[in-house]
Write a protein that binds this ligand. Structure first.
Ligand code: HEM
Length: 534
């Protein structure tokens, strides 16, 4: 008995040892696999891609670490930010995009920098930019920012392929000029509120100071709230406030994006973003449900973006369209509403803010624009026909979009191997299109590229540059900004009403410091002195 029991015990011990050994071996294999994958991601793959690109004549910063050029970028940015620009100087690139400026100076018009362990090739030749953005053969896709993107929006701008095409088809009708005309009263109401408020701040005819940057943010937030949700405008305003906060939080967190998993850590800002996203979604769900039931009962007017989107979606789902049952879900509609805020608010406020700054620096153009406004519109609230006859104002807005391009760069990633401009790119390379650099390129715009000369647009966009077309503030190709007419109409309306009632010049407290915090912003505000006109 004793011998049998001892044998069992030994067998048991052997089994346990075997189990332990096999777990240790399995653990070691998993660890080795993870280590190999990590090395592949952080070392071999970037090195291989770098060799491949350099072999074809591309030059640039060498690959250093999985953080890519983020530390170098931070270092150059902080140095650039201590530099202020003289008033009237529009040579924005060295301050706003120092990494790209340096790379182009040292390595030419196509150069490599590093986006984490992914090579990022900068492309500044307009014909190649057009080719990338046209994406005729489907080789390029937009960069994904995962959780960030979902928190800010989950709409048109982040979809690809069939899903993108379907969404674009459904949303397009909401931005037709005929529909935008119907939203004009919303634009007028918000702009009137702003200029009335400014008049209320004045004491007599003395100039008084306003930081126009937050004012313009509030204006464009109001416009999008009214234009998107006319009857639920006040809830829309709350959404706009929260979305604004989300953008600020994301911009803050973006600096840490190269730290793997950072956005999932329960930091204070990450928790706040999650909370805001929940509140925004809840409000949008309620607005949409209310509107849908009203629409089904035949009550709601469809003169706002949400109504037009739901109407177009119903058409598609019912099969009024050739493609039956091709509508989008309520979650998709929520994503698109968030997208309207995200894409449409800051961009237009930046445009209006820079326009006021630049016109303060160039009073002769301010006078010319005002003369035109008073000649075409008188002192009445602008209507659509009047706005479309404003030539000088349009030229001024284009020139501001060129010199102070709100979205300073676009990015695409190669999705399959492909050739562009004589270089063969493997899959997985980021192509950076620094719109701001292209808009300041002397080879493209002439020796006066850094000067404010709206007259270059006198014969339209295509004749403005030596190499046409090279004007990309709204992107290019199938993914060109769906809201560009909306934005230009809003900017023309806002600027005309300001010019009708005020003259303005820069305050002595203004510092000229354009810097891309998300979009190209006046880093220290836009302090302007307004004088009421009689
Ligand atoms: C001055 C104002 C604006 C500027 C400079 C601007 C700029 C741009 C640019 C450059 C793109 C292309 C992005 C890319 O290709 O990766 C874009 C796309 C987009 N914009 Fe705008 N935008 C402005 C105003 C607006 C407004 C007012 C709205 C809506 C209310 C809007 C909605 C969109 C949407 C939905 C997309 C994505 C289009 C797609 O992917 O098919 N934008 N915008």
């Amino acid at each position: 008995m004793g011998i049998v029991a001892a044998g069992d015990e030994r067998r048991q011990q052997q089994q346990q040892l075997l189990l332990l050994l096999s777990s240790a071996v399995a653990g070691a294999v998993v660890l080795a696999w993870c280590a190999v994958r990590a090395l592949e991601w952080a070392w071999w793959r970037p090195r291989r891609l770098e060799r491949e690109l350099r072999a074809q004549g591309l030059r640039g910063t060498p690959y250093r670490s999985p953080a890519g050029d983020a530390p170098l970028n931070e270092q150059l940015n902080s140095k650039a930010r201590t530099r202020t620009m003289p008033l009237g100087c529009h040579d924005v690139v060295p301050r706003a995009m120092p990494l790209f400026h340096q790379a182009m100076k040292e390595h030419g018009k196509m150069s490599i920098t590093w986006f984490g362990p992914v090579p990022r090739v900068t492309i500044t030749k307009p014909e190649l930019v057009r080719e990338v953005l046209s994406n005729k053969f489907g080789h390029f896709e937009k960069l994904k920012f995962g959780r960030f993107q979902r928190l800010l929006h989950n709409g048109l701008g982040s979809h690809e392929g069939e899903k993108w095409a379907k969404h674009r088809r459904i949303i397009n009708p909401a931005f037709h000029l005929e529909k935008l005309k119907r939203m004009l009263p919303a634009f007028t109401a918000c702009c009137t509120e702003l200029v009335d408020k400014w008049e209320g701040l004045a004491e007599g005819d003395e100039p008084y100071e306003v930081d126009v940057w937050p004012q313009m943010q509030s204006l464009t937030g109001d416009v999008i709230s009214r234009a998107a949700f006319s009857s639920s405008y006040l809830e829309g305003k709350r959404i706009f406030q929260l979305q604004g906060e989300q953008v600020e939080l994301v911009v803050m967190t973006m600096n840490k994006i190269h730290i793997p998993g950072y956005i999932y850590l329960p930091t204070k800002s990450n928790r706040r973003m999650k909370h805001n996203a929940g509140e925004i979604e809840g409000m949008l769900r309620r607005i949409i449900a209310k509107r849908l039931s009203a629409l089904k009962a035949g009550e709601a007017s469809s003169d706002d973006l949400l109504g037009l989107l739901l109407e177009s979606n119903m058409d598609h789902s019912k099969g009024n369209n050739s493609n039956a049952n091709s509508g989008i879900s309520i979650d998709d509609v929520i994503g698109e509403c968030k997208m309207f805020y995200f894409a449409g608010m800051e961009t237009t406020s930046v445009l209006l803010t820079w326009t006021m700054i630049v016109l303060s620096m160039h009073p002769e153009w301010q006078d010319r624009a005002r003369e035109e406004v008073l000649h075409v519109l008188g002192t009445h609230a602008p209507d659509y026909d009047g706005l479309s006859r404003l030539r000088i104002v349009t030229m001024v807005l284009y020139e501001v979009l060129r010199l102070y391009t709100p979205l300073t760069m676009l990015q695409r990633k190669t999705y399959k191997p492909m050739e562009l401009g004589g270089v063969r790119y493997p899959a997985g390379v980021v192509l950076t299109l620094p719109l701001l650099c292209i808009h300041h390129d002397k080879d493209v715009w002439g020796a006066d590229a850094n000067e404010f000369k709206p007259e270059r647009f006198a014969e339209g966009i295509s004749k403005a540059s030596r190499e046409a077309p090279a004007f990309f503030p709204f992107g290019w190709g199938p993914r060109i900004c769906i809201g560009q007419n909306f934005a230009l109409l809003e900017a023309k309306m806002g600027l005309s009403m300001i010019l009708q009632r005020f003259s303005f010049h820069l305050s002595p407290s203004y510092t000229h410091a354009p810097f891309p915090i998300g979009l190209l912003r006046p880093e220290h505000g836009a302090q302007v002195r307004l004088t009421r006109l009689h």
